[in-house]
Design a protein around this ligand. Structure first.
Ligand code: MLT
Ligand code: ZN
Length: 453
């Protein structure tokens, strides 16, 4: 089937099923067709066609999202950016890399590295996620405490709005005081304002060799105390946590050995750039201090680049290790100073409301961001499982509202968090967002039903 002359179009069941969804569970893909444009002009033609024919479009990148923002559940046409995957230019003086939206994150990172630079936005899905999707969801990941979110790195965007206009936003200017910065509206817009076709990101200098520590602790309250103490002494690149249950799944499903044999309720992974040999000595001193104070049960430190990779597997493989249990995922945050209170309240809620479920916690606690994954018991019906999880969402999100936190730290709103948006955004804000969408997408064809109705 060809909807528009010259644009590759697929309607076979296999393509519809795999391109109609992302990594989110519990939804059913039902697109009408999947199209593969090869240029910004073809994307514009598609938008104009969709406006004329009143067809909804779902922009699609690497489909690694976890909020169902890239799902087509209602006869939409999926616009895959996968064939727009050229790295167009590196500018050494501007220190930027310009590429089409379908470039896979890892390829961009490698290109930057091979040219003596570093693109620091990084996460486990780097091998499949695409830069356009990263921008559309303002991707975060494992290095945010040191380098920030995707938003911080985008210097320019080329987009096609829901009207069918091509816009070039900011053109990589460092300084540009000329009114509203529309680039930032598109970052995190989840495809609801238009389609990002080209992205330019800033690059930074390559980091020194990383050193990774994995520490164990038995007390929830120790997690942020240890963070404070490490932060006082070192410039950290990552501060991640996971529970003993997460470790159990990773070690059993992914054949990754545990970091040490002392059982601990919680594990902390810390990455620091090794700027001097002194660093290890200083870290060992702190480690001894924290152990003597009873905050740490045990710990290990990487001795080689391979061990850095292996220790990171303990944290990065959690999603893969638990995916067969159809986890119901939450991705929430509070400001960092409120994490201790948040962890205590959260564990009380989970213990009371989900005593019979396995709950895997992990996340970027250094950013105030926790991932809570409730695993489906094998003998429970999916609808019953989701119903029970949703009931607890309400309780959790009221608590988050009180702590002025966010119902979605980095995974986005999509379909999953849409019913709960009011817990993080005021009704006035949501109303303004709706009006902004109308300006860019007057016919409501751009990823309708995502973020809000
Ligand atoms: C992670 O931090 O590993 C990702 O956000 C993925 C996930 O939550 O499953
Ligand atoms: Zn994450």
């Amino acid at each position: 089937m060809t909807m528009i002359e010259g644009i590759e179009t697929h309607t076979d069941v296999e393509t519809l099923t795999s391109y109609g969804k992302d990594w989110t569970k519990h939804f059913t893909p039902k697109p009408k067709a999947v199209v593969f444009p090869r240029s910004t002009e073809q994307v514009r033609d598609l938008v104009l066609w969709a406006r004329k024919n009143k067809v909804a479009l779902v922009p699609s990148g690497g489909r690694t999202g976890l909020s169902a923002a890239a799902y087509a559940t209602n006869g939409e046409v999926v616009v895959s950016l996968e064939k727009m995957n050229k790295i167009l230019e590196i500018d050494y003086l501007d220190q930027v890399i310009r590429c089409e939206a379908g470039v896979v994150t890892e390829r961009l990172q490698k290109k930057a590295w091979d040219n003596g630079f570093y693109y620091p936005v990084d996460f486990a899905a780097r091998g499949s996620s695409q830069i356009g999707g990263n921008v559309a969801t303002n991707a975060g990941g494992i290095k945010v405490i040191r380098y920030g979110l995707t938003r911080q790195w985008v210097t320019s965007l080329k987009v096609v709005t829901g009207i069918g206009e091509i816009l070039e936003l900011n053109k990589s200017l460092v300084k540009n005081a000329t009114g509203y910065d529309l680039r930032h509206l598109f970052i995190g817009s989840e495809g609801t304002l238009g389609i990002i076709t080209e992205v330019t990101v800033a690059l930074t200098k390559q980091p020194k060799e990383p050193v990774v520590f994995v520490l164990g602790t038995n007390e929830l309250s120790s997690i942020m105390e240890i963070y404070k103490r490490f932060k006082q002494k070192f410039l950290l690149s990552a501060y991640e946590m996971f529970t003993d249950l997460a470790l159990k799944y990773v070690t059993s499903q992914c054949q990754v050995p545990p970091p040490f044999s002392t059982p601990s309720r919680f594990y902390i992974l810390i990455e620091i750039e090794k700027d001097s040999d002194e660093l290890i000595n200083k870290a060992m001193e702190l480690f001894t201090e924290l152990s003597e104070e009873g905050l740490i049960t045990d710990g290990t430190v990487s001795q080689s680049p391979k061990q850095v990779i292996d220790l990171w597997k303990l944290r990065e493989n959690i999603t893969e290790a638990t995916s067969h249990k159809q986890p119901y995922k939450n991705d929430v945050s509070v400001r960092v100073s409120r994490v201790p209170q948040f962890l205590v309240e959260m564990s009380a809620i989970l213990a009371k409301e989900h005593p019979d479920f396995e709950v895997v916690w992990f996340g970027h606690v250094g950013d105030g961001n926790l991932h809570i994954n409730i695993l489906k018991p094998d003998n429970m019906e999916n609808t019953e499982f989701v119903k029970r999880c949703k009931h607890v969402d309400e309780i959790m999100f009221h608590m988050l509202e009180r702590l002025e936190g966010s119902i979605s730290a980095e995974h986005g709103v999509g379909l999953v968090k849409k019913p709960f948006l009011k817990h993080s955004r005021s009704l006035n804000e949501i109303s303004l967002m709706r009006q902004i969408k109308k300006v860019f997408d007057p016919d409501g064809i751009m990823n309708p039903g995502k973020i809000f109705d």
